[in-house]
Design a protein. Structure first.
Length: 469
């Protein structure tokens, strides 16, 4: 089989005249995944006459789509409908049929079925449809630099090009639209005042958590803990939280302060000064988007570790900067065992990320963040309760809190093939075939005895040959 890559990429046709429809976007995304993870590595693809041909060998299905732009790396840009070869010629195939083909091909390839895949693709179609509709309703003010930057963050209405089910989420559409970036929304944070001894916090340098304290004054003996309003709706009914509210250990100050705007990652919000990365106990694509304990401590540890390198980078390349994450803060309510409740520690965790700073605007990619502090303290010593090699989570008073070992992601349920079948594998909609890649992949996507990838697409008079998988 010849390569999907031409001898040279076609001249870019520029941006498309219009955004694709939801039908086209979902079909093109599925085709991208098949190209990268199934048919491409198995040498079942070709470029001919400005079209991509892609074969599903186990199903005996041949697909075709027009190319708006070709790529030497196979990262082509598609345009128009996907068609399927049938006895009477080429017929248009919609996203539902393409999803069925994908599901069937993967089931044959792995020996396992994933009953969640097709509903996830349908949910992705609904999400893309809603995102396109919301995106069309509002436009940024071209005279507002911050507005232009936020518009760029919120412009990814189609989601990830190489995830089979972008824009899926475990929420009702009304709630999602209130907090989703593609809806170009903004909202105030929920402010809690938490007693000092119940605050978990770590800083890479003194004052690193000051952006949190500046959001709102709190009574003496308390620290401010901002919470994503959607997350507070989910966690405020937890028995331990309700009891703490009743005792006065937590004061609910309500929503307040200037509004924050969701960026492309949904849970990272920006107010023009500081980025705050919150936990969201909501499944988006394939993960619950929470800040696991090791991400809270790891963000601060990495900032501390990279400080000398980033200082050197700024000196060698003025105007270059990296947005660091120098602090986190969370809630350390004791659980039944007397140690901080792990679910609440992660669920209320917020990571402070540096803002863009002076000189960094949408019109200028040159950022000049504040210089790294020269008095960065050394990493704290390990506490007796900490697992070996794990940085401690420390409360405001310096006492270490407990550590967690749960994974960050809660992947979708997938069907595992029988262990009696040595060729079977497990697959899930988290990635079309991330867990079931073919063992014989090829960086150039060419079949044995075929011409190299630089020789160009096959001649129309020489149809491609399709090796058995």
């Amino acid at each position: 089989m010849t390569s999907t890559t031409p001898d040279r990429p076609a001249a870019s046709a520029g941006p498309p005249a219009r955004l694709p429809t939801a039908d086209e976007a979902v079909a093109h995304t599925l085709l991208n995944c098949l190209l990268r993870e199934v048919s491409g590595p198995e040498h079942q693809t070709a470029v001919s006459d400005g079209r991509l041909l892609l074969r599903l060998p186990r199903r005996g299905v041949l697909l075709r789509v027009a190319l708006r732009r070709t790529s030497l790396l196979g990262s082509h840009r598609f345009t128009g409908p996907v068609t399927e070869q049938r006895p009477g010629g080429w017929a248009e195939v919609d996203w539902r049929r393409l999803a069925d083909h994908t599901h069937a091909e993967l089931s044959l390839r792995t020996g396992a079925r994933n009953d969640e895949f097709l509903p996830q693709v349908a949910a992705s179609h609904r999400g893309v449809t809603a995102a396109l509709a919301a995106h069309a309703r509002r436009a940024p003010d071209p005279a507002d630099p911050l507005g232009r930057y936020l518009a760029s963050e919120q412009s990814l209405v189609l989601g990830h090009r190489y995830h089979p089910t972008p824009k899926t989420h475990g929420s009702d559409p009304r709630t999602w639209s209130a907090y989703a970036p593609e809806a170009r929304t903004s909202f105030p944070l929920r402010h809690l005042a938490v007693r000092d001894h119940l605050v978990a916090q770590e800083c890479a340098a003194p004052g690193a958590a000051a952006p949190l304290d500046r959001l709102r004054p709190v009574p003496a003996g308390y620290r401010l803990l901002p919470v994503h309003p959607w997350q507070y709706e989910q966690l405020s009914t937890a028995p331990a939280v309700r009891a703490a509210l009743g005792r006065g250990d937590i004061l609910d100050l309500g929503p307040g302060g200037r509004p924050f705007t969701p960026t492309a990652s949904v849970r990272t919000l920006y107010d023009g000064d500081t980025f705050l990365k919150f936990s969201l106990n909501v499944r988006i694509t394939n993960c619950l988007r929470k800040n696991a304990h090791y991400e809270l401590t790891g963000a601060v540890a990495l900032t501390r570790l990279l400080a000398p390198a980033l200082t050197d980078l700024a000196a060698r390349h003025p105007g270059t900067g990296v947005l660091r994450e120098p602090a986190y803060r969370s809630l350390a309510l004791p659980g039944p065992d007397g140690r901080p409740d792990r679910a609440l520690l992660e669920g209320f965790g917020v990571i402070v990320r540096e803002g863009l700073g002076p000189g960094c605007t949408p019109a200028s990619p040159r950022c000049s963040p504040p210089p790294s502090p020269t008095n960065t303290p050394p990493a704290p010593a390990m506490s007796p309760a900490s697992p070996a090699g794990t940085p401690p989570t420390r409360c405001a008073g310096g006492a270490p809190t407990s550590h967690c070992s749960s994974p960050r992601c809660s992947p979708p349920t997938s069907t595992t093939a029988s262990s009696s079948n040595p060729t079977s594998r497990t697959w899930s909609s988290a990635s079309t075939t991330t867990a079931c890649r073919a063992s014989s992949s090829s960086a150039t996507w060419r079949a044995p005895n075929s011409s190299p990838a630089t020789t160009g697409p096959p001649s129309p008079r020489s149809p491609p040959t399709w090796p058995d998988p």
